[in-house]
Design a protein around this ligand. Structure first.
Ligand code: KIV
Length: 249
C-alpha cells in the first residue's frame, strides 16, 4: 500500500498518481486488482450510490459504512476517506470524525477548502490530509469552472499554498483552467490530483460512475468514459430474464 510519503516520492520522480472513487467492497476489489494507486471514498456517493441531489446530503453515519466496505475490499490500497459536509466544522469534531475513518482502515482523509484551524489540528495528530481546491461541491452555488478571473485564480493559489504549508501531502484540484492546475502543481510540494484541472497535474481522479459509464446522465466535460457498464449491465439482466423465461417449469 502506498503511504503519503510514497505518493509524494512519485511526484519527485515525475510518476503520475492514479486515483478513482469507489464506494463498496466489490468495486474496491476491482480497483485494487487493476492496480490503482489510491481509492477515494468520495462524498459523491451521495449522488452516485444513494441518489441524493447534493453531496451535502450525506453524513458521517452513511460514509462510515462505505469507507469500511472499501477498506475490506482493497486492504492493500491507499484509501482516502472524504469528510462529509460539516463533519469538519471545527477542529475537535474534524479530528473525532477523521479518527473514526482511520480506525476503519483509511490511509488519509480529504476535506474541502480551508476550514479554520482544522488542518493544523489534524496534522498535529498525525492524520494525513488531502486538501481540495477549485470547485468545492459541498458549498458551491453552481458547477461552473472556478479560477477564471485573476482574482479567483489568486485566491485558489493562496488556498493551495496555505494547505501545502500546513503539511497536506496531496490536494485535489477540481474544475479549474489547465494553466492554473499547472501553476499550482509547480508551486506546491503536495501532490496535485486533477479532476478537470488539465493534463499537467501530478495525477488524476475520476468518479467511478463516469469512468465506467455506470449512469444514464451525461458525464461532466472533463470526465472521459472508458467502458459502458450501464449497457453491459442491462444486457446481462436481459439475458438473465430470458434464461428464466426459457427454463423448464
Ligand atoms: O466526492 C468526490 O468524488 C470527490 C471527487 C470529485 C474528487 O471529491
Amino acid at each position: 500500500m502506498l503511504s503519503p510519503i510514497d505518493i509524494k516520492n512519485k511526484k519527485k520522480k515525475g510518476e503520475k498518481v492514479s486515483m478513482i472513487t469507489s464506494y463498496d467492497y466489490a468495486f474496491a476489489q476491482m480497483a485494487e486488482a487493476a492496480g490503482i494507486d489510491q481509492i477515494l471514498v468520495g462524498d459523491s456517493l451521495a449522488n452516485t450510490m444513494l441518489g441524493y441531489k447534493k453531496t451535502s446530503d450525506i453524513g458521517m453515519n452513511e460514509m462510515l459504512i462505505f469507507v469500511a466496505a472499501v477498506c475490506r475490499g482493497a486492504p492493500n490500497t491507499h484509501v482516502v476517506a472524504d469528510m462529509p459536509y460539516l463533519s469538519d466544522k471545527d477542529p475537535q469534531t474534524a479530528y473525532d470524525n477523521a479518527r473514526r475513518f482511520m480506525d476503519l482502515g483509511a490511509s488519509s482523509i480529504k476535506l474541502e477548502g480551508t476550514p479554520e484551524g482544522v488542518i493544523e489540528f489534524l496534522r498535529s495528530h498525525d492524520i494525513p490530509v488531502c486538501a481540495h481546491h477549485g470547485l468545492l461541491p459541498q458549498t458551491a452555488e453552481n458547477f461552473k469552472q472556478k479560477g477564471r478571473t485573476e482574482e479567483e485564480a489568486a485566491a485558489i493559489i493562496k488556498a493551495a499554498k496555505f494547505t501545502d504549508e500546513l503539511g497536506c501531502f496531496e490536494m485535489v484540484l477540481e474544475h479549474i483552467p489547465e494553466e492554473l492546475g499547472t501553476k499550482i502543481t509547480q508551486v506546491v510540494d503536495a501532490v496535485t490530483i486533477g479532476i478537470g484541472g488539465g493534463k499537467f497535474t501530478d495525477g488524476q481522479v475520476l468518479v467511478m460512475h463516469d469512468a465506467l459509464g455506470m449512469h444514464l446522465g451525461k458525464n461532466p466535460p472533463f470526465a472521459p468514459k472508458f467502458v459502458d457498464m450501464f449497457s453491459l449491465g442491462v444486457e446481462g439482466f436481459k439475458k438473465y430474464i430470458e434464461s428464466v423465461q426459457n427454463s423448464a417449469q
